[in-house]
Design a protein around this ligand. Structure first.
Ligand SMILES: C[S@@+](CC[C@H](N)C(=O)[O-])C[C@H]1O[C@@H](n2cnc3c(N)ncnc32)[C@H](O)[C@@H]1O
Length: 206
């Protein structure tokens, strides 16, 4: 067996032992990431019935499923990703697109002119070179913050995944300048070893 193959096999075995992965499969969630948003939602109650939620980097769809549970019966979830996303639900709209392209913003705004909540679990393809992955992920965070500034209603909320590193402090300041309340959290479902954390930004200043 080649080294690449055995590494992949080890990763698959490790994932099978992961309690959140098992729980996601049992409960029918598309990803273990669902439990990160569940914890954030339990703490901050950001998503409410009737809300319009925009989910950036939505595939495979765990956060979409959790959001749908809260916005129903008459709210909606719009999910954006460069990858395919297979969720069929009358309250869900999928945009296949890149958050870096201007046209994606136009499409987002053509569905709703304003949103109550923006979620971003955006993550680049990882290279394993930590500094490069951090740079690319923070660039995606800025894209999400810029989109939020154009689509959120005054008082709205933004949740973002951030890879902690040299640029995360500067990015936190950019968030704080646009929102009245700011929290940094590491949900239990987020792997301890990973530099991933979440910024929860409440009360958009408009
Ligand atoms: C960690 S996954 C999101 C998981 C999702 N929250 C869930 O619950 O299943 C990150 C996603 O960001 C997407 N992504 C990365 N760069 C993107 C870009 N420039 N535009 C849109 N999506 C992007 C990836 O394709 C990937 O599906």
């Amino acid at each position: 067996m080649s080294e690449g193959l055995s590494l992949k096999k080890r990763w698959i075995e490790k994932r099978k032992r992961d309690q959140f992965y098992k729980k996601a499969r049992e409960l029918g969630y598309k990803s273990r990431a669902a439990f990160k948003l569940k914890e954030i939602q339990r703490r901050f109650k950001i998503i409410k019935a009737g809300y319009r939620v925009l989910d950036l980097g939505a595939a495979p769809g765990g956060w979409v499923q959790v959001s749908l549970e809260h916005v129903k019966p008459d709210g909606s979830v719009v999910g954006v990703d460069i990858k395919d996303l297979k969720i069929v639900d009358p309250n869900f709209i999928y945009i296949k697109g890149d958050v870096k392209e201007e046209n994606t913003l136009t499409r987002i705004l053509s569905i709703h002119s304003q949103y109550d909540v923006v979620l971003s679990d955006l993550s680049p393809n990882l290279t394993g070179i930590w500094s490069l992955d951090h740079e690319r992920q923070i660039d995606l965070c800025y894209e999400a913050l810029n989109i939020s500034s154009k689509v959120l209603r005054r008082g709205g909320s933004l949740v973002l995944k951030v890879f902690d590193g040299p640029r995360s402090r500067e990015f936190a300041e950019a968030c704080k300048s646009r929102f009245k309340k700011f929290y940094r959290i590491k949900p239990k479902a987020s792997r301890k070893k990973s530099s991933e954390m979440y910024f929860v930004c409440l009360v958009f200043k408009g």
